[in-house]
Write a protein that binds this ligand. Structure first.
Ligand code: BES
Ligand code: MN
Ligand code: ZN
Length: 466
């Protein structure tokens, strides 16, 4: 889909002209006011649409009235969602050219307008032998070109991440993630198994041991002279989570190709970062491996030594993400960065607590957490803070090692958080649990089912705001 910024969308020959309508208000179009509102009682409730033909009398073949809901409740997030609805509708009608007339809507809204159109346009059909060509090809709008351009780049990064989350685990292997990282045109170092052994990454390597795919530790760097800040972003990169010897039931395993969605978000972000040339140094870090059962698998009761020398008794091989992140966090903390942010499909408990509507956020710095929550809100995502009280560690105490990797069933998202904190040293750190938001079983707002690119928009905006 191409977004074309023009002076007047009403002159454009198009399949549909979308006009907006606030609830119980008039539109800018006389025909719409007469037929839809006066005769048919169309109210313009949020997300509702009404279609009118123009019988060849206008350059546009049809008018689609898009309800924006109550004017006082309107904001850029609402616009994004509504635009996505209009695009979906246009796709059903097999419209190719869609013009939007955004009367009364500020130019600042151009970013979320574009996000809505491009996120709605996404599909994952590479494995369909028959592809439907029902996409909207051109969107015309009066908008701020710089914001449209910014949103186009962010949406590209999201699609990149969504593609990776949707990619079956048979293809999206640790080697493949490493190869993708190397193709991004950044300074990238891939550590193989032997190098990870030398670095002392005993927790990460244990998780990946039973897979036929070798683990890969990926470090991408975006560098600038005199950066205003140095940030490391870490993505959980479990290419498939079978649970290991503590194997998952089939229903829980079904979507576990998505357990590298944190890594997908990091790769998505790093794939576009150069285009924004932010004055921030950004490190993208992924400990990529597969959690499998088998003769070589790590076992409950094993004691692992992480990169920082701490020992971990394996209580449950399905609590593998925190083990890989432990070594990744140690590595990131040694880079001398100002902030470390990790994104991980870490706990079912976070999904139980917040559903698919919000990611859980925790960390050791309230200001960093506050800033990320507010950037998320503006970016069209939701982050919700969960506590990180030290008491959550009580259930992780071990008789034989420094800690266990799981324990008490309750408060699972927070106990995973305090576990991670044991591997964070002298740096501001935030942990974002995207277990509920990274992969949808049903469509939600502007997103179709499948990978969502969770974390991409927020973290990119966060980097750009520094
Ligand atoms: N990858 C899962 C978490 C997950 C669950 C992500 C559902 C997305 C949807 C993680 O590795 C896991 O298995 N966590 C366990 C931890 C438990 C064994 C302490 C969980 O949440 O049940
Ligand atoms: Mn698991
Ligand atoms: Zn997992």
């Amino acid at each position: 889909m191409e977004i074309r910024v023009v002076e007047n969308t009403k002159n454009i020959e198009s399949d549909i002209l979308v006009i907006n309508m606030f609830e119980e208000c008039q539109t800018s179009n006389d025909l719409a006011n007469q037929y839809a509102i006066d005769e048919d009682g169309f109210k313009g409730k949020f997300g509702e649409t009404y279609l009118l033909p123009t019988y060849g009398k206008e350059p546009y073949r049809k008018v689609l009235i898009l309800g924006l809901g109550k004017k006082e409740e309107f904001n850029p997030n609402k616009l994004r969602e509504a635009v996505a609805k209009a695009i979906k509708k246009a796709m059903q009608m097999e419209a190719k050219k869609v013009a939007f007339s955004l009367d009364g809507i500020e130019f600042d809204y151009s970013e979320q307008f574009t996000m809505g159109a491009l996120i709605a346009d996404y599909k994952f059909d590479k494995y369909k032998s028959e592809k439907k060509d029902n996409g909207v090809k051109e969107v015309y709008v009066q908008a701020n070109p710089a914001l449209v351009n910014k949103a186009e780049i962010i949406a590209t990064a999201m699609s990149f991440a969504r593609n990776l989350s949707n990619e079956p685990a048979q293809f999206a292997t640790p080697e493949e993630l490493a190869a993708i990282a190397c193709d991004l045109g950044l300074e990238t170092k891939i550590y193989d198994k032997e190098e990870c052994e030398k670095m002392g990454m005993g927790a990460f390597l244990a998780v990946g041991r039973a897979s036929i795919h070798e683990p890969k530790f990926i470090h991408m760097k975006y560098q600038v002279d005199n950066p205003k800040k140095r940030i490391a972003i870490i993505g959980k990169g479990i290419c498939f989570d079978s649970g290991g010897l503590d194997i998952k039931p089939a229903s829980s395993m079904a979507t576990m190709k998505d357990d590298m969605s944190g890594a997908a978000a990091v790769l998505g972000i790093m794939s576009v970062i150069k285009e924004f040339h932010p004055q921030v140094e950004v490190h993208g870090i992924i400990a990529a491996c597969e959690n499998m059962p088998g003769g070589k698998a790590y076992k409950p009761g094993d004691i692992l030594t992480a990169k920082n020398g701490k020992t971990i008794e394996v209580d449950n091989t399905d609590a593998e993400g925190r083990l890989t992140l432990a070594d990744a966090l140690c590595y990131a903390c040694e880079l001398g960065v100002d902030e470390v942010i990790d994104m991980a499909t870490l706990t079912g408990a976070c999904m139980v607590a917040l559903g698919t509507q919000a990611a859980g956020i925790m960390g050791n710095d309230e200001e960093l957490i506050r800033n990320l929550i507010s950037t998320a809100e503006r970016s069209g995502e939701r982050f919700w803070q969960l506590p990180l009280w030290e008491e959550y560690f009580d259930g992780l105490k071990s008789e034989v090692a420094d800690m266990k990797n799981s324990g008490n069933r309750w408060g699972g998202a927070s106990s995973a958080g305090v576990f991670l904190q044991k591997f964070v040293k002298d740096v501001k750190w935030a942990h974002i649990d995207i277990a509920g938001t990274a992969f949808l079983e049903k469509p939600q707002k502007e997103l179709i089912a499948g990978g969502t690119g969770a974390g991409v928009r927020t973290l990119l905006n966060y980097i750009l705001e520094q």
